[in-house]
Design a protein around this ligand. Sequence first.
Ligand code: SOE
Length: 383
Amino acid sequence: MRELPVTILGFGMMGRARSVAYESVTRIFPDAPIKPVPYQAFVLPHEADGAKAMGWEPNLDLKDAVCNPKTEYIDICLPNAMHYAAVLLALEAGKHVFCEKPLAVSVAEAREMVAAAEARPELLNSVHFTYRRAPANVYARQLIASNRFGKLLESHNYYHQHWGGPGTGGSWRFDLKAGGGTVSDLGSHAIDMLYFTTGQRPTKLCALQHAHVKERYFNVEKTREDGSKENVRELRPVDVDDASKVVYYLENGAIGTLSCTRNAHGSENSQGYELYFESGAIRWNYDALDYLEVYDANDPQRGWTRVLCSTNGYAYEETAAAPTIGYRDELTFGCYENMRAIAKLEPIAPIATFRDAYEVDRTIEAIRLSAKEERWVKLEEIQ
Ligand code: SOE
């Protein structure tokens, strides 16, 4: 089996999680065409020991890590605003690229990243919309494509978490230019999920965005009079949403809603959807991520069927078969799909390309514009 040395950029929560995923690929999927092998990790100084302990050679120089000829594959787990430069550098150096979501912090940057990627069709461009890898969502996609329930009439997508209350300190996730707020962090997943499952994108939308907390304490590096540095906590205004609510029309004329928030007590990682069709309905929630719930209006029983999708051959059937899956499994499935793509094998379920992620960024920008100007926005306004 061919080995592929992997270079990972960023060793925060996601870098560590992905480290486990790469190690698991060939353990879970002995049929993997390529074995990803941890090589270098671009880290901050305090992350170096952790990266080493997980089998990576720490590198404090991003450019050196990307351009190192020993690697063909760059996995970008950096804060959102750093994706743009890292992606362009990696593509220029001729590397396959796997990038965290959202692709960019602006549509203009995302557009350039798509152009750079599509100019190098021999290289992988893949974005980490991890919930595509839940077998229940792969099954939902197949069911909808089969047209079993007729036309989609309404879609309701949401992503609710609970950790962004008043006590939460500021970070790049609460900064428009560095991270982009809740709609970028969570809404991006929900928008991609709508497209992944139904093949539909919003054409026109009206949104409200709200910050429950107007100021947060950020850690700021200050220079003292003698030139030395110190970290201080500084109260700063917040320029992003804590919550966004959107209504929209889809390409096929269906209507729908999107809700995302970090203020939903009791909702740890509650992403989900309810989809209503001419003769049935489908719903999913991450809290029971193995199951797709299906309602067939033509079935005289008139009840919801709860389909266990993580086993019984729906998608990503493992030889080390487990009756249920979790977040770490989805990450492994995503890394496995990338190896399949590099080996030119058909995906089990499509990976999100840079172009897919650019479309998500366009929707996010339309949401921001609509909320700011308090009006309906057509997606064709955002190019
Ligand atoms: C935020 O809490 C977060 O870590 C997102 O950034 C991820 O994309 C999501 O998958 C889990 O939640």
